[in-house]
Design a protein around this ligand. Structure first.
Ligand code: CDP
Length: 218
């Protein structure tokens, strides 16, 4: 059977990873969370206290960084960092790290390598536009900023973190702005992507829309 690539792009908190994970399970293919890769490098960068202007230090750090997915965990230099990369400090800084050319070059290469010769669902900001412009299926998942902020608020609340809803919405808007206005591979909906607005949809309804689109196109 031919390998397929499903690209899922969209802004922060739109539900991409939830949808992509379920989709991968149902289709029995691999899920790759590219946001987690940018988060992992950001986590390492913050821990090392380097300046974002220090391109040499960033290059050196990139050369000495291993990011990998195994058994649904993300590994940074051999250690599971699933929880660390979701911390608010990482969320606040990740978009400024993700716009650096060297960072994108390394992570995009790695994304293509991980997906090589496999069927994958990959979610992020530039999958359909840049990582896999020839993806078999492209979806752009969106929702209102209010709804996206509320979802993220509930997620954090479950983990015992209390941050004001208003602050979360503002941070999400700020991240969307950096992601969609950056020079390199900005967040964008490509012409051939199917847009799904999930503001008033349940997870199951969204999955159904994606799957029926895939079935329709064969
Ligand atoms: O889960 P959430 O929607 O909060 O974001 P994420 O998918 O974990 O991505 C975190 C950040 O990584 C984004 O805000 C982007 O700055 C960056 N990113 C990117 O530049 N390109 C990608 N393909 C994926 C993420």
């Amino acid at each position: 059977m031919k390998n397929i690539v499903i690209a899922i792009d969209g802004p922060a908190g739109a539900g991409k990873s939830t949808i992509a994970k379920i989709l991968a399970k149902r289709l029995n293919i691999i899920y790759i969370d590219t946001g987690a890769m940018y988060r992992a490098f950001t986590y390492k960068f913050l821990k090392n206290n380097k300046s974002i202007e220090d391109k040499e230090a960033i290059k050196e750090m990139l050369d000495n960084t291993e990011i990998d997915f195994r058994n649904n965990h993300i590994f940074l230099d051999g250690k599971i960092v699933d929880n660390e990369i979701r911390k608010n400090k990482v969320s606040k800084n990740v978009s400024n790290i993700a716009k650096i050319k060297e960072v994108r070059e390394k992570l995009v290469l790695l994304q293509r390598k991980i997906a090589n010769n496999k069927s994958v669902v990959m979610d992020g900001r530039d999958i359909g536009s840049n990582v896999f412009p020839d993806a078999d299926y492209k979806f752009f998942i969106n929702a209102s900023a209010q709804e996206r902020g509320t979802r993220r608020y509930k997620e954090l609340e479950k983990k015992g973190t209390s941050i004001k809803l208003e602050n979360i919405i503002n941070e999400i808007k700020q991240r969307d702005k950096i992601d969609s206005t950056r020079k390199l591979a900005p967040l964008t909906k490509t012409e051939d992507a199917i847009e799904i607005n999930t503001t008033d949809l349940t997870i199951e309804e969204t999955i159904e829309k994606v799957l029926s689109n895939i079935r329709e196109r064969g």
